[in-house]
Design a protein around this ligand. Sequence first.
Ligand SMILES: Nc1ncnc2c1ncn2[C@@H]1O[C@H](COP(=O)(O)OP(=O)(O)O)[C@@H](O)[C@H]1O
Ligand SMILES: N[C@@H](CCC(=O)OP(=O)(O)O)C(=O)O
Length: 374
Amino acid sequence: MTRERLTQARRLVVKIGSALLTADGAGLDNKRLAEWTAQIATLVDAGYEIVIVSSGAVAEGMSRLGWTRRPDRVSALQAAASVGQAGLVEAYSRGFAAYDRQTAQVLLTHEDVADRARYLNARRTLATLLGLGVVPIVNENDAIAVDEIRVGDNDTLAALVVNLLDADGLIILTDQAGVYDADPRQVPGAQLIDSAGAYDDALVRVAGDSAGALGRGGMATKIRAARQAADSGGFTVIAHGTTPNGLARIVAGEALGTLLLPPPGKRRAARKNWIAGQRQVRGRVYIDAGAAHVLRDSGRSLLPIGVVAVEGDFRRGDLVACVDPDGRELAQGLSNYDVRDAHALKGLTSQQIAARFGPAHEPEFIHRDNLVMT
Ligand SMILES: Nc1ncnc2c1ncn2[C@@H]1O[C@H](COP(=O)(O)OP(=O)(O)O)[C@@H](O)[C@H]1O
Ligand SMILES: N[C@@H](CCC(=O)OP(=O)(O)O)C(=O)O
């Protein structure tokens, strides 16, 4: 029954991890890659819109450069990624050319989804490519991404693309048949989970964060990605990438891999997804019990009168966290004030603000459209 919704999906993000793509440090596994391109080309011919989020740049670069050990130095990793990315896209475009399909390389950093204008640009470009019947191949722009602007792992990047494009679902192909009730590499008798709610607490306990030698996040980032995809109403299937004709079978509703479903009725507005996808919190806003109550229960804006203290260095439009009187983070949102104004305005009523600072000041500290509960 739950698998039925997969048969209605049309726009999909398919994430292929390093663990699968690279034959144990010996460069790209071209045979597997040919199988995925064949499957995806067939689905696109049948009317599906598919974005591939592909890892493997670092691993392929290492192989091309003759390195056997993953370097620790960031600059060496970035060099390997730039060498390998060229090989990666070459391999995909060769694969799809056999089916008369064009591919496009789209390299993103966190800044491309954090900055509103760049986010909208990325969305428009990807949507235009899909409209043209092109298969976008997305990866993180590892050559220039340093920690501060990095998404960090491609499971999360793929979920961001799901949110960006309002995709119906995410299929994460990896080197395990799905999510087990314990890490199958550590626990031999572990049982495969057929389906679960993306937000089920039990999932977090079963997912170790140990990745393979080439992967980055292990199962923990995949579960987090499923939650992020669920926030825009998308399902996630985590499945083994070498199952014959696996993608077509998954979208036909066959019980392959683990299906993680969004909670019923959950579909956050694209703008709120964008806020939730932000990583860099620039400040903290301590709110009183009354403000915590209206934020939690009535979905209203945060007004300065409910703010007790502020800290951090933020400007208007930056992301700040709202902390309740018990010290728990309750929400995140985009501040209407910079930190100096915030200090001056905290605790004041809207009338006091208008009287002291003139009507130009926005009455909300964070408008409810720019606020996401955490
Ligand atoms: N509960 C679990 N179920 C399945 N795999 C798990 C689980 N917990 C941890 N893992 C590990 O996660 C690994 C996959 O993550 P990773 O190596 O990052 O792959 P990829 O490169 O495909 O992202 C598996 O090989 C497995 O050892
Ligand atoms: N962007 C990196 C991969 C990062 C990553 O998340 O890897 P993985 O966990 O294997 O999907 C690369 O192309 O090498």
